[in-house]
Design a binder for this molecule. Structure first.
Ligand code: SF4
Ligand code: SF4
Length: 56
């Protein structure tokens, strides 16, 4: 199970800077998590100003 970023994302980039495995990249209108790299640490959810990353 990986985290996914919802369309609430405002593309601030904070989650990308804090992901320990560099699983997050900028997408079209929202940031995107690579499910194959994500280790479910939850750091992105904790750092996001709008709580866009959600555990699936
Ligand atoms: Fe990266 Fe952790 Fe978020 Fe997965 S849960 S995308 S490993 S910060
Ligand atoms: Fe989007 Fe939240 Fe990541 Fe910022 S921290 S890019 S709002 S998911």
């Amino acid at each position: 199970m990986a985290y996914q970023i919802s369309d609430e994302c405002i593309s601030c980039g904070v989650c990308k800077e804090n992901c320990p495995v560099d699983a997050i990249s900028e997408g079209d209108g929202a940031y995107v998590i690579d499910a194959e790299k994500c280790i479910d640490c939850g750091a992105c959810e904790g750092n996001c100003p709008v709580s866009a990353p959600k555990a699936q």
